[in-house]
Design a protein around this ligand. Structure first.
Ligand SMILES: [Zn+2]
Length: 420
């Protein structure tokens, strides 16, 4: 069947190496998907070049993305044509006359004419093929190319992702009526952590500059949701230190455990040093701290160096002593620097910090208001402390005005679910 499809669909890519047949159309033409990037990548971005047979412009973007290098930790799934019968015939709808983008089984309703929705939800083989594929791959973000309204269509997915694509592609983001049975609404409803949206390209074939711009917009989007690169540099945390931590948790929180379960808070700190190594050495020694004279020695799960390198010193499954009142439920992030101003004024370090924080928020479902500075510990609803003289204890780092700015920057990044 591949030969027949190629003969009647001249826009099909010349090479078929690496394409996986994920199913067949009503007239038995293959529907194909190509993985670009590592099969082990945790974050997948799905791009569908065409679903209406008379709207083929997106396939040129797919052709360009075949040779792309997706950012580390991400991979692209490319489906060049979800409606090969419609493409072969040059018709919007499939061989049964059904508009596939009205046939998905969410808010489906019977419709006739251009928007013929089929005899039942997901009645069409092409719809079923895409459903199965999306259920199998769980793409974090999906783009469906259509023509010819020249907009990025607002959906109920992550608006930051759509705005980013809009800014990069130059197409404004606008709403359309809530159509019934669309692929995007089925995805956004069924996979609430993931985002799917439609890009309406201009009419006619895309010029080369447009192809490049849209392919780059897809890659920018992948970069924005890529997992941060974390260097593992563990400090010793053996049985003695674990026992010290469990005793601390008992004294201060009435928790007889060294494990950090279901963290609800992220606390930002700075080291008051100008390099990483002394911090690592200090956290490695399990000695009583000079301020409260307690064991275990203080530490932090992550340290971010001046150049933006992210080090993980302690797994987030173990408590670290970094913030009085919150160690039982908080992940600690230290920034190498002499002040919070040092950190906020260093673009690489700040970008790395926001990215790591967003990824941790996504992994644990932590709200942005629970990303706090050390100085904000006492006003956290999670603050608890059995030792009375410590109930008002805090440090000066990252007070509320600085953290208000930090949280504003966080909210400009893709939602935690997009970067989990
Ligand atoms: Zn369309």
């Amino acid at each position: 069947m591949a030969a027949a499809a190629a003969a009647s669909a001249p826009a099909a890519p010349v090479q078929s190496a690496g394409w996986e047949t994920i199913g067949h159309s009503a007239h038995d033409r293959p529907i194909r998907a190509l993985l670009v990037g590592s099969p082990r990548a945790r974050v997948k971005v799905l791009v569908v070049g065409q679903v209406h047979g008379n709207e083929p412009a997106g396939r040129a973007v797919i052709a360009r993305l075949r040779s792309a290098h997706p950012p580390r930790g991400t991979a692209l799934w490319l489906v060049d044509d979800a409606n090969p019968d419609g493409s072969a015939a040059g018709t919007r709808n499939n061989a049964n006359g059904v508009d596939l983008n009205r046939n998905f089984p969410y808010r489906w309703q019977p419709q006739d004419g251009v928007y013929e929705s089929g005899p039942a939800p997901a009645s069409e083989p092409e719809t079923q093929v895409m459903q199965r594929f999306i259920e199998r791959e769980r793409p974090r973000v999906t783009l469906w190319y259509h023509q010819a309204l020249r907009i990025v269509v607002k959906s109920t997915g992550d608006p930051v992702v759509e705005r980013l694509y809009s800014a990069r592609s130059g197409l404004p983001r606008r709403g359309l009526p809530r159509y019934h049975g669309t692929a995007v609404s089925w995805q956004n409803h069924g996979f609430p952590g993931d985002s799917a949206f439609v890009v309406e390209l201009p009419g006619g074939p895309l010029p080369n500059a447009g192809v490049r711009r849209h392919a780059n917009a897809v890659l920018a989007l992948a970069r924005a949701i890529a997992p941060p690169r974390v260097v593992s540099k563990p400090i010793p945390f053996g049985d003695d230190r674990r026992a010290d931590m469990a005793e601390y948790a008992q004294r201060h929180y009435s928790i007889r455990d060294f494990r950090l379960r279901d963290p609800r808070v992220i606390v930002e700190h700075y080291t008051a040093t100008s390099s990483f190594q002394p911090v690592f050495d200090y956290f490695s020694r399990n000695e009583p701290d000079p301020e409260l004279h307690e064991l275990p020695g203080i530490c932090s799960h992550f340290v971010i160096d001046r150049d933006g390198t992210l080090y993980r010193l302690v797994p987030t499954s173990i408590m670290c002593r970094h913030t009085v009142g919150l160690n039982w439920t908080a992940v600690g992030i230290e920034h190498v620097g002499q002040s919070d101003g040092d950190v906020m004024g260093n673009p690489r370090q700040l970008a790395a910090s926001l990215r790591l924080t967003r990824a941790l928020q996504g992994r644990y479902g932590i709200r942005t208001r629970d990303v706090i500075g050390h100085n904000e510990n006492r006003s956290s609803p999670f603050h608890r402390e059995r030792v009375e003289r410590l109930r008002t204890q805090t440090h000066a780092d990252f007070p509320k005005p600085v953290m208000d700015r930090y949280r504003r920057l966080l909210r400009r990044l893709p939602a935690p679910a997009s970067v989990r």
